[in-house]
Design a protein around this ligand. Structure first.
Ligand code: 5AD
Ligand code: FES
Length: 361
């Protein structure tokens, strides 16, 4: 039988190897996490890049079974932050040398929305002399729209595949044209072809999800040659259809630990990509994101959404930092990051090295 050390020394992991690594406990698990730290420091160093997260609207046309802001949830107070407030948050990020922001919102494809985002991108670029990097996370759009937003200043895009296994994807989404696995794949490919630094990811610990499914996710990211990944634990939300499966889930702490192992394995498999320490980790453990940085992640997304709207952007329950303003939220972040041996790359875009390695090939 192959030992964990032997697997860790392999050039390439098979699905079976990944499943074994995901099931490690105690000392064996520590071997994995230590190796991932070593790979991270060797290939990309110990710098952490900030992406100020602005969740500018929770109006969503989709109906994903797991998500608290899904269209059919009538108990959510829908909001949209005005241009002035978004520009203010972007200014905060720029002045505090975050270097990049992420504009995230519910998915919409109507013209008013497309136009609004386009204007925002141009204004943010203008206001910061092109210095602020902009990542967008706005779902599936047409190639034309992706191109338009790219030309207006967005240079990275996050579109999680959520679950790379088609059957699992179909179980966690409604079965209709708006939630189509092939369309999602096409959207990711389009983003990559247009020249975006392309990010994807998924949830860990979903109902019906197996260890094999998780291994498939990591192999998918590798095969897709993805530049950035964000993976977070699935967290149940009472006002979603998936809540009925709550009793079948692994305990939250276990979902958290498996997510850390997913990050560590991926860091070893793809040493030069950007990996985000997902916010959902912090919902389970107050130091969750820092723990992820320690073992492989290199990007963190401090929430800079104006506080009054935080309560309404609840994709899952117990979302952290809902009551804090951007300042309080980031004040002690730097200290927590230094506790795990990393330092903040203030004023640096911190682009995915993989993107440059991939595109110069
Ligand atoms: N638990 C954890 N993550 C969730 N997301 C949506 N709903 C949940 C949930 N209940 C994640 C999805 C989405 C991202 C913005 O938030 O992966 O892509
Ligand atoms: Fe909004 Fe899934 S519910 S994108």
């Amino acid at each position: 039988m192959t030992t964990i050390s032997e697997i860790l020394n392999k050039e390439r992991f098979t699905k079976e190897d990944i499943v074994k690594l995901l099931k490690t406990k105690g000392e064996e698990s520590k071997l994995l996490l230590d190796k991932a730290r070593e790979v991270k420091v060797k290939h990309i160093g110990n710098k952490v890049y900030y992406r100020g997260l602005i969740e500018f609207s929770n109006i969503c046309a989709k109906d994903c079974y797991y998500c608290g802001i899904r269209r059919s949830n009538k108990n959510t107070n829908r909001y949209e932050i005005g241009t002035k407030d978004i520009l203010f948050a972007a200014k905060f990020a720029h002045e505090n040398r975050y270097a990049s922001i992420v504009l995230q919102g519910g998915e919409r494809t109507d013209n008013v929305f497309i136009e609004n985002v386009d204007n925002l991108l141009k204004k943010i670029k203008e206001q910061t002399n092109g210095e602020l990097g902009i990542t967008i996370s706005l779902g599936e759009q047409s190639e034309e729209v992706y191109k338009r937003w790219f030309d207006s200043g967005a240079h990275r895009f996050l579109l999680r595949i959520e679950a790379s296994n088609r059957e699992l994807y179909n179980k966690i989404h409604p079965n209709n044209d708006l939630h189509n696995f092939d369309k999602r794949l096409d959207a990711l490919k389009t983003l990559q072809n247009l020249g975006y630094q392309t990010g994807t990811g998924g949830m860990v610990g979903l109902p019906f999800q197996t260890y094999e499914n998780l291994a498939e996710d990591l192999l998918f990211y590798k095969k897709f040659d993805i530049d950035m990944v964000g993976m977070g634990p699935y967290i149940e939300h009472a006002e979603t259809p998936m809540y009925v499966h709550s009793k079948d889930l692994l305990p939250q702490k276990e979902r958290f630990n498996i997510t850390l192992k997913m990050i560590a394995i991926l860091r070893i498999m793809m040493p030069d990509i950007n990996i985000a320490a997902a916010t959902a980790l912090q919902s389970i453990d107050p130091l969750g994101r820092e723990k992820a940085l320690k073992i492989g992640a290199n990007v963190i997304m401090p929430n800079i959404t104006p506080t009054i709207h935080r309560k309404e952007y609840q994709l899952y329950e117990n979302k952290p930092c809902i009551d804090e303003g951007a300042d309080d939220c980031t004040g002690c972040l730097e200290a927590r990051i230094s506790l795990v041996g990393d330092k903040v790359g203030y004023g640096e875009w911190g682009d995915s090295k993989h993107y440059f390695n991939r595109t110069k090939k």
